[in-house]
Design a protein around this ligand. Structure first.
Ligand code: UD1
Ligand code: MG
Length: 457
């Protein structure tokens, strides 16, 4: 089977500079949802019809090696199908509108199964809606599909019809090759409506039918920002429900935004306001406190992520605790039972097991051993005047006193101690104390004298 995804329209009602099909639904562009739905259903041949914003849309297609077919002018959905090099198609063709992001692999599979079981030449996927709104209406005569009438063209009687066109069709290639050239644009919009092939198919005595689905989600078309947000909320809620069915505990699931690519182990607790995106895996019994943002990260079992933490491309091993208000940037690994406290930022850091950085610290381009104590206000000075980044390496069981700067490249050996307030500019040998402070001088009585001169007495 070949899938034809129609994505050439402008999406005027979105009122956004982004082409409509690139708008994300729960983290993934609508067009990506359509493509992945097809791929998972085993449809390997995919053609996408592009038009408005085609250069941007093509960038999304490239990683999938999907060919884009350019529809020069948006003359309607039948014209879009024509643009996909209709003559070169064979076998079964699945046609989908690019703006129905809630269609799943299961929907595609069941549609195709019914199409083959009924030995059809052409079928349209339909649902019944209490408020059919702007959708094309399904008209049946003697219970047989006879036409699809666009809402704009429909009589008051036809408008009452609750069964609507979802914009998903399956047809034999030769049926499309025969009927598409016959579609005319004699309607209020002067467009070539794909829906007209239904009437034509009936005229040519093809075996044509409407297949009614019970899943009304497939009718969720996105034509404006409100429908987009509703679609995202639906997916986020479905994702939370899936996780709850696997034993994840949510305090208030409707406030949590978890992509469908995320896995979470049972017994984990998700507090309100948590965002989890991309390729993220979270272990069981892990606690995610309010307002954490986690992207493309792997977090093991029994980890505690405290409120307000921002975690990107980071690996956190079991029993570790992070935050509140920690920022872990890409390529960071936090070892087992390590502790990263409030207002700590790390980037490209390997932070050893049981090590602690409790407060107000920046570690970048660093390797920190096990059981290390990083005192409050420690800074790795990794960015040098030559605009290069240099590494700081700290061995096991090192004690770094508060307010230390480590000027990279620098290495601190195992079991060393760095005195508070030290600026480390040279390597520190194993087991030694590094101390670099100006000795303190106390001048007795000086303060009193100084204050007097200040106030002019
Ligand atoms: C279409 C159907 C309607 C159905 C509804 C389901 C037609 C005439 N009407 O209406 O019966 O109920 O979808 O959502 O088909 N496109 C192109 N090139 C064009 C025009 C459209 O590629 O020249 C693409 C759009 O990008 C979109 C899809 O085709 O992805 C559907 O177009 P849209 O304008 O949204 O059609 P609807 O008015 O929603
Ligand atoms: Mg539409």
């Amino acid at each position: 089977m070949t899938a034809l995804i129609l994505a050439g329209g402008q999406g005027t009602r979105m009122k956004s500079p982004l082409p409509k099909v690139l708008h994300p639904v729960a983290g993934r562009p609508m067009i990506v949802r359509a493509i992945e739905g097809c791929l998972q259903a085993g449809v390997k041949n995919i053609r996408v019809v592009v038009g408005h914003g085609q250069n941007l849309v093509k960038t999304v297609l490239e990683p999938y090696a999907i060919k884009a077919y350019v529809q020069e002018q948006q003359l309607g959905t039948a014209d879009a199908v024509k643009a996909a090099d209709l003559e070169s198609l064979d076998g079964h063709i699945l046609i989908m509108n690019g703006d129905h992001p809630l269609i799943t692999t299961a929907d595609i599979k069941s549609f195709f199964a019914e199409f083959t079981a009924k030995n059809l030449d052409l079928a349209v996927f339909t649902v019944e809606l209490e408020q059919p709104g702007e959708f094309g209406r399904i008209v049946r005569k003697d219970n047989k599909l006879s036409s699809i009438v666009e809402a704009k063209e429909a009589s008051a009687e036809i408008l009452k019809t609750k069964e609507i066109n979802t914009g998903i069709y399956i047809a034999k290639a030769e049926v499309l090759q025969k009927l598409i050239p016959l579609v005319k644009n004699e309607n209020s919009k002067k467009e070539f409506y794909l829906t007209d092939i239904i009437t034509l198919a009936a005229e040519f005595k093809y075996n044509v039918d409407a297949i009614l689905s019970q899943n009304s989600d497939i009718a969720h078309g996105v034509n404006n920002q409100i429908e987009l947000a509703n679609a995202s909320q639906k997916v986020y809620m479905q994702n939370a429900e899936k996780l709850m069915n696997n034993g994840v505990i949510f305090i208030d699931p409707k406030t949590c935004y978890i992509d469908d690519t995320v896995v979470i182990g049972s017994g984990a607790i998700v507090y309100p306001g948590v965002f989890i995106r991309g390729k993220t895996a979270i272990g069981g019994f892990t606690v995610l406190e309010p307002n954490c943002f986690i992207v493309d990260s792997i977090i093991a079992d029994g980890v505690q992520i405290k409120a307000g933490s921002y975690i990107e491309k980071t690996v956190i091993e079991s029993q570790a605790s992070v935050g509140p208000y920690a920022r872990l940037r890409p390529d960071t690994t936090i070892g087992k039972a390590a502790h990263v406290g409030n207002f700590v930022e790390m980037k490209k850091v390997k932070f050893g097991a049981k090590s602690k950085a409790g407060h107000l610290t920046y570690l970048g381009d660093a390797e920190i051993g096990e059981d290390v104590n990083i005192g409050c206000g420690t800074i790795t000075c990794n960015y040098a005047a030559d605009k290069n980044k240099y590494k700081t390496i700290i061995g096991d069981r090192v004690f770094v006193g508060s307010d230390t700067q480590l000027v990279a490249p620098v290495t601190v050996g195992n079991d060393a101690i760095i005195a508070s307030g030290t600026t480390v500019t040279k390597d520190v040998p194993e087991g030694s104390l590094a101390l670099a402070r100006t000795p303190q001088v106390n001048k007795e009585g000086y303060a009193k004298k100084f204050k007097k001169t200040e106030s002019g007495h």
